[in-house]
Design a binder for this molecule. Structure first.
Ligand code: GAL
Length: 665
């Protein structure tokens, strides 16, 4: 996608207001520097008030008005909330829960992604809409549906179950292969005809985990199909308009690697909780994921809250400066657009107390003033549109692994990927070392360091890829419960972690899981003592050296942390859950071996990221602390807000600086 400017704007829902308000909206958008709005996201019943009767006059009016005011349009296909008339004529479009309950209209997202009637009406609607707006000068981007799979990601109606069966028939071709893959000799689950195969419904004890894993794959694929079906129509009618759909960061039900590959540009909705003092770590991690999904291409922050949301138990507001920090974080991590939910605060409905760029109080408000300042600043930053973030660290992240790891019946059923990932990511974040997310079978050669957090599910190809990477001089850091099962959740025999045994130079005999009150200590080779808990692998070395040993329990003296020189590279393995100080000790060593370091050394809670186009580097410094701090730049640069030439940044609490430097840092 071609970005002529840094985009700035938000969801615009003019159907909630009358024409007098539209005029004021357009004028105020211009005043705030808005140049893109997401239009019509939930407007199906307004566009098609009854089956086959389309009303585009209001949309034409709004699109022309926005165009006159220099505002481009990210037009949504309004399929995320089917109108009541469609449910009355085709009640089978409603989604059904695992307990057989239908979910009704009167809210949103009440459709089954497999319903033929839904698909028929949606295809017609999207076709009519695209034909109608084709050639409109403000039409810039298509926004398919809204947050696909949000609220309800799976449907257990009969049509869905039938489609699951068809999906399995395509995947396995024969029942024999399915029986083999699912290990159905266990608990007498063997299938002898396709009709017996069903969704993982409510069962007395745990359902077959391989069956459940395939169900999750099927559900994810179904949402990708909803997207690609609409995209095909849009591309036929308006081939030059790029197509996106808004993601939700680390959203478990939907494999975004697969969906992003179908998009022209990735966009994301980000709602970190401002009451969390470390909100910036998780939201930074989301930015890095989203940028990575299309290999570092620029992306759009499609939604964020200007102040507070309405859907937490208590909705903390973003205090002065926080919205600006979050916006520059997205820009510094490769975003080329900063958008909000929503433009004008609603008067009715369940989101009336959600913040908006234009609050109920109107322009006489703090939020509006902050929105205007940001719009003015972003208008000065077009120079960095074609620059990219460059990372030397890649963290392996894969939805299939996430699904498989978190199914039931594990040694510890409290091992959850996201908190683990956050802890491992946080160490890089605090060191200001940029990271990408990457898949285990992808080209790893751009990275000096690959981190593999709990890569429980793997494949032969991934094992070979990682082995080649380390042998060729890369550094690997892998954490416990990795390399345990194949893609069908069948244990890889011959000593854990079979796929990585050679690369790591060790094998694992058994896992010891700690009860909540238990812990142990790791004694390192340089005589540091670090607390560890949750889990201990009983490790046997096969070439690796121990960097730390357990102090207590029946495995006292056995290795807990290891390092293996393999070919021209190194692989590190962490067989337990180290307390943060221990993790930091380990990162010091790994980063030295891998030769990765930040662009500059910054005071605590100052986030530094860089974008470069080769000729220039744009350095973003974000002071998340409440202190005045000084940051020494690697060379003299130009402050893009003030135009001044600077060597050292003198930053206010919650301050932001964007500095242009010559060359690459
Ligand atoms: C998003 C959604 C928006 C709005 C927003 C409120 O998940 O896409 O339509 O509901 O949340 O925070």
């Amino acid at each position: 996608m071609n970005f002529p400017h840094i985009y700035y704007g938000g969801d615009y829902n003019p159907e909630q207001w009358g024409p007098e308000t539209w005029e004021e909206d357009a004028r105020l958008m211009q005043e705030a520097g808005v140049n893109l709005v997401s239009l019509g996201v939930f407007s199906w019943s307004k566009i098609e008030p009854e089956a086959g009767r389309y009303n585009f006059s209001w949309l034409d009016h709004v699109m022309d008005l926005l165009h006159k005011h220099g505002v481009s349009i990210n037009l949504a296909t309004p399929t995320a909330s089917p109108p009541p008339w469609l449910v009355l004529s085709n009640p089978e479009i409603l989604p059904v829960t695992i307990d057989g309950k239908k979910l009704w209209y009167g809210s949103r997202r009440h459709y089954c992604p497999h319903s033929p009637a839904f698909h028929e009406r949606a295809k017609l609607l999207v076709t009519k809409l695209a034909e109608h707006v084709r050639g409109h000068p403000a039409l810039t981007l298509w926004h398919v549906d809204n947050e696909l799979a949000c609220h309800i990601s799976e449907c257990f109606c009969d049509v869905s179950i039938g489609q699951f069966r068809a999906w399995l028939q395509q995947r396995y071709e024969s029942l024999d292969k399915l029986n083999e893959a699912w290990g159905t000799n266990f608990w007498s689950q063997h299938y002898s005809q396709w009709e017996e195969v069903t969704a993982p419904l409510r069962t007395p004890a745990s359902v077959n985990p391989s069956q459940h894993l395939d169900w999750l794959r099927f559900c994810s694929d179904s949402w990708v199909d909803v997207f690609t079906e609409q995209k095909k129509i849009l591309k036929t009618i308006t081939p030059d308009i790029p197509v996106t759909t808004n993601f939700m960061g680390f959203f478990k039900p939907l494999d975004y690697w697969t969906l992003a590959a179908q998009e022209d540009v990735v966009s994301n909705d980000s709602y970190p909780d401002p009451s969390d003092p470390d909100w910036m770590i998780y939201s930074g991690m989301m930015c890095d994921l989203v940028r990575s999904l299309r290999n570092g291409e620029p992306w759009l922050l499609m939604e964020q809250a200007p102040a507070q949301v309405n859907w937490r138990a208590r909705n903390a507001t973003k205090r002065p400066g926080i919205m600006r920090l979050g916006s520059y974080q997205a820009l510094g991590r490769g975003g080329n657009g900063i958008m909000f939910f929503q433009w004008r605060a609603s008067q009715s409905g369940s989101e009336k107390f959600h913040s908006a760029m234009l609050p109920h109080a109107g322009p006489a408000s703090r939020t509006w003033r902050e929105v205007k300042v940001l719009g003015t600043e972003l208008g000065k930053l077009d120079a960095l549109l074609s620059s990219r973030v460059r990372s030397e660290v890649g963290i392996l992240f894969d939805w299939h692994n996430w699904w498989a790891l978190e199914q039931s019946d594990k040694p510890s059923n409290e091992l959850r990927l996201l908190p683990q990932l956050k802890a491992l990511y946080a160490e890089f974040f605090r060191r200001n070392i940029p990271v990408d997310f990457i898949q285990a079978e992808a080209d790893l050669s751009p990275y000096k360091l690959i981190v593999a957090p709990h890569l429980y599910l793997t494949s032969k190809a991934a094992g070979a890829n990682i082995e080649r990477y380390v042998a060729g001089g890369g550094t690997l850091f892998m954490t416990y419960f990795s390399g345990i099962v194949d893609r069908n959740d069948r244990v890889l025999l011959g000593g854990y972690p079979a796929a990585f045994r050679r690369t790591l130079g060790l094998w694992i005999e058994e896992f010891v899981v700690y009860m909540q009150s238990q812990s142990n200590t790791v004694i390192t080779f340089d005589e540091q003592l670090y607390n560890c808990s949750q889990w201990s692998d009983i490790i046997h070395l096969e070439g690796a050296e121990a960097l730390g040993h357990y102090q207590d329990d029946f495995f006292a003296g056995e290795p807990a942390v290891t390092r293996h020189q393999f070919g021209r590279g190194f692989s590190y393995y962490l067989g337990t859950e180290l307390a943060p100080e221990g993790l930091s000790w380990l990162y010091d060593r790994i980063c030295i071996d891998a030769n990765v370091r930040p662009a500059l050394s910054a005071p605590p809670r100052v986030e530094v990221t860089c974008r470069t186009d080769g000729a220039h580097t744009w350095l973003f410094a974000l002071n998340h602390s409440d202190a005045h701090v000084n940051v020494r730049l690697p060379s003299q640069g130009v402050d893009l807000f003030s135009g001044a030439s600077v060597n050292t940044l003198e930053m206010e609490p919650k301050g932001v600086a964007v500095i242009q430097l010559e060359g690459q840092v």
